[in-house]
Design a protein around this ligand. Structure first.
Ligand code: G4P
Length: 530
């Protein structure tokens, strides 16, 4: 295998998705531990500091009016080069969280064993599901009392609409948590709280068919129960099928406890075997092969104004093919120009550094003098293809925005259009109104504060935000539809986006159904693909 092919084939680029507090941060830390990036003692101590640092950074960013960085962590493990894409959760949940998923090849869904599927898991899953990428489930916090295992698995199947295949199976939970049964090897992996230990040699494996040893390890009752659960499972659950996993049709399920570091390495080892390296990606010129094609990438996120003194930005791009070398001349397809990617950076654990080379599967951040937009393609001349764009995701919060001083209309329009171009907010105009009053839509509510702050500090424009009750937005499929001709519900609003496409805003899902019923042939979409 050529060096390029082996570099690309060892890459595994994935996002971890979860509802806040399910254990995403803890699991990520444990992954880094196995990658040798941090030592465990340091991690426990470092965790508090890391958290602290995160919240400090948030305050600073908020003060500056910037959305929080979604970082990429790269580390090596067992011959693989792993890129973990962090998906901002908590208050900083935004459209960037969804866009990050466009740059991942697979996703790890962390679920709290006591809570099951939660709202944010559902939303993020939906985006992954649409892309058909492999989705792995890690059911966490088994050291605490968890819900019935069958119920949990059933809920994932029913609520998310994906088949599951438990790769291991928990033996009890909470105080009675004894470990997991590895269905592929027929071994019990005995639970031990390895939180304070080192990463080596703390997991004891015992064959379940060794009656004496396994009874001694987990007790007779637990063993009997496990045997009957396995029998049921073997009869009822889907068999492991790599093809289905690759297409996102079957989710391998694992159980563990990130906090006590139990089941994490077991998960990592299976996950790395079962997930995919960077695969060919669709572009207007056909499928682009990561190994055979020269360097190409697409922009999935723009981070504004990291340095307040300059209005500079960082464009994050996912490399889809070939090798990136610092200083190389590339072609920015949407800009129609040859450019050089300046100050390329990569995150290695918690350290940001300049990259000299990177490969398909990696994420780099480059200096953006204001030329890139989300979804843009960069290729190596003479190539000029474009990757399929990044969809516009439906905002979930809306507000009417007015400027206080109407004399500053120009700055207001400029500011708001620029911020929208970066992808932090979406703007809509009510039909028949100009830019005097506009409607802003965001995925996460923090973006309203960000908007207000940035308009004030960067454009010297004060605004008044009036929250609106809409929760659902739908693009009208036929963009030539005359908005006036639509016969909707009284609480519905007709608007257009920056590109002039017609949309409808609804207060509840009932109104959507009603509007569809009243307008023959009307087709509505939850996403806008271009
Ligand atoms: P998130 O990134 O998904 O939001 O979750 P995070 O890892 O921050 O974990 C949320 C809380 O759950 C933390 O507790 C964390 O220690 C705990 N936790 C994570 N994994 C496990 C697990 O396997 N078992 C148990 N029992 N707890 C787990 P916290 O009290 O909110 O924070 P901290 O004081 O521990 O830092």
């Amino acid at each position: 295998m050529s060096d390029l092919a082996s570099q690309i084939n060892k890459r595994r680029t994935f996002a971890i998705i979860s509802h806040p507090d399910a254990g995403k941060t803890t699991l990520t830390e444990k992954f880094l531990l196995y990658g040798g990036q941090i030592n465990l003692a340091g991690s426990v101590k470092g965790k508090a500091t890391a958290r602290h640092a995160v919240s400090d950074w948030m305050d600073i960013e908020k003060e500056r009016g910037i959305s929080v960085t979604s970082s990429v962590l790269q580390f090596e493990y067992d011959g693989f080069c792993i890129n973990i894409l962090d998906t901002p959760g908590h208050q900083d949940f935004s459209e960037d969280t969804y866009r990050t998923l466009m740059a991942a090849d697979s996703a790890v869904m962390v679920i709290d064993g006591a809570k099951g599927v939660e709202p944010q898991t559902r939303k993020l899953f939906k985006v992954c599901g649409r892309r058909g990428i492999p989705i792995f489930t890690f059911i966490n916090k088994m050291d605490r009392d968890a819900r019935d295992t069958y119920d949990l698995v059933d809920e994932i199947e029913k609520e998310l609409g994906i088949a599951t295949c438990p790769v291991n199976w928990p033996i009890g939970s909470g105080k009675d948590f004894k470990g997991v049964y590895d269905r592929q090897t027929g071994e019990i992996v005995e639970f031990a709280d390895t939180q304070k230990g080192t990463k080596e040699g703390t997991e004891t494996r015992i064959r379940l068919d060794d009656v004496e040893a396994s009874t001694a390890a987990i007790g007779e009752d637990a063993r009997e129960q496990l045997l009957s659960e396995i029998e049921l499972l073997d009869g009822a659950s889907e068999e492991f099928d790599q093809e289905k996993v690759n297409n996102g049709k079957l989710s391998p399920v694992f159980f563990g406890s990130a906090l006590t570091n139990f089941g994490v390495e077991l998960f990592l080892e299976y996950f790395l075997k079962m997930t995919i390296p960077p695969l060919p990606r669709e572009a207007d010129a056909g499928l682009i092969n990561p190994v055979e094609n020269k360097f190409s990438a697409f922009v999935f996120k723009i981070q504004a104004n990291m340095n307040k003194a300059h209005r500079d930005r960082v464009a994050f791009m996912r490399i889809c093919s070939g090798k990136f070398e610092a200083g190389m001349d590339v072609y920015h397809v949407q800009g129609g120009k040859q450019v050089r990617l300046l100050q390329p950076q990569q995150m290695m654990a918690d350290d940001r550094h300049v990259v000299k080379e990177a490969y398909a599967g990696d994420i780099i951040g480059v200096f953006d003098p204001g030329i890139y937009s989300i979804g843009d393609t960069i290729c190596t001349p003479p190539d000029k293809f474009r990757y399929a764009g990044i969809p516009t995701f439906a905002p979930e919060h809306f507000a009417r925005v007015r400027q206080v001083d109407t004399m500053k209309r120009k700055q207001f329009v400029k500011g708001i259009e620029q911020i929208a171009q970066e992808g932090a907010i979406q703007i809509f105009q009510e039909s028949n109104y100009g830019m005097e009053e506009i409607i802003v839509g965001v995925v996460g509510e923090l973006q309203f504060e960000v908007l207000q702050y940035r308009l004030q500090s960067e454009y010297n424009v004060e605004i008044i935000l009036e929250k609106l009750p809409y929760e659902f937005i739908r693009w009208i499929k036929d963009v030539d539809t005359d908005l006036d001709s639509i016969n909707g519900t009284s609480d519905m609003k007709k608007v257009r986006d920056l590109k002039g496409r017609p949309l409808l805003l609804f207060v509840n899902s009932w109104s959507i159904g009603m509007t569809l019923d009243r307008n023959d042939g009307l087709e509505l979409e939850e996403y806008s693909e271009n």
